[in-house]
Write a protein that binds this ligand. Structure first.
Ligand code: PQ2
Ligand code: NAD
Length: 196
């Protein structure tokens, strides 16, 4: 049987959730940067024994990022919605992962697929359009290259098309079925060039 990706993608409102990153080194910085790239208003607490200067610089410019320089303790995940682990201590990662499971907090262990409840994806953003890419953990490099490909391939007018369609959607009167029909009719020609 052909293998397929069974992960379920969702788009989280990180400015309404509280994310904890444990670890403030290179990997912690990478994950913090990834969160902020998609969600500049994300509420994030970073806990680490030592926090590097780049993480400190980011936090200095963003009131929603809180830094705590200390050892991790289990009470740290108590009030969090999502947890990302990015320390250099594998045993600690397994311990926190078990604790998070008990409390039903979703956890990502950076670079350790077997311990993750969710993976971070590569993300293409064009205005209000966002595309998340996962390779099922097989090759983040491939995900990055697909992102770059899509960033170039999506035409500049995509944003304008979306805005026009949104405006039409707001204006259409009639019941739900009429609305769906009108929106489908307007957009039915969009893929014709690709199909022929
Ligand atoms: C997409 C992206 C999102 C993000 O993190 O923001 C992401 N990794 C990115 C880059 C990247 N990561 C690594 C390299 C080095 C080259 C290489 O190894 O390929 C590069 C490439 C680079 O940096 O150029 C190292 C690495 N990563 C993982 C392992 C462990 C393993 O595979 O076993 C190792 C080996 C560590 C070691 O050697 O010890 C694992 C994971 N990395 C994931 C996500 C999840 C799967 C996503 C999917 O389903 O595809 C997953 C499973 C869990 C997670 O971390 O969430 C981001 C691209 C953003 C962008 O630019 O668009
Ligand atoms: N840097 C990379 O690009 C990279 C690539 C592949 C794999 N890795 C692996 O990922 C891991 C992390 O890499 P890194 O470069 O971010 O390491 P790092 O040493 O820069 O950062 C580790 C962070 O974890 C924190 N930490 C450790 N134990 C802690 C505890 N008990 N409580 C709170 N904080 C604690 C440290 O204070 C530090 O902030 C390493 O095991 C490394 O081998 C790193």
């Amino acid at each position: 049987m052909v293998e397929r990706n069974n992960l379920f993608p969702v788009f989280l409102k990180l400015e309404e959730l509280h994310t904890l990153i444990v670890g403030g080194g290179n990997v912690g910085l990478e994950k913090l940067t990834a969160l902020l790239k998609s969600s500049p208003g994300a509420i994030v607490t970073v806990i680490a024994k030592t926090i590097n200067d780049q993480v400190k610089q980011i936090a200095a410019q963003n009131k929603n990022i809180k830094l705590i320089e200390k050892h991790y303790e289990n009470s740290d995940i108590e009030d969090k919605d999502l947890v990302i682990l990015a320390t250099d201590d594998r045993i600690l990662h397994e311990t926190i992962r078990n604790e998070a499971r008990k409390r039903r907090v979703l956890i990502n262990v950076a670079d350790t697929p077997s311990l993750c409840d969710f993976y971070l994806g590569s993300v293409v953003t064009k205005g209000d359009i966002k595309i998340g890419i996962s390779t099922n953990g097989k090759s983040p490099t491939m995900a990055k290259r697909i992102r770059e490909y899509l960033e170039e391939a999506l035409p500049e007018e995509t944003e304008q098309l979306l805005n026009n369609l949104h405006a039409i959607r707001e204006k259409i009167k009639g019941d739900f079925a009429d609305k769906v029909k009108v929106l489908n009719d307007i957009t039915s020609s969009w893929l014709e060039n690709k199909r022929s």
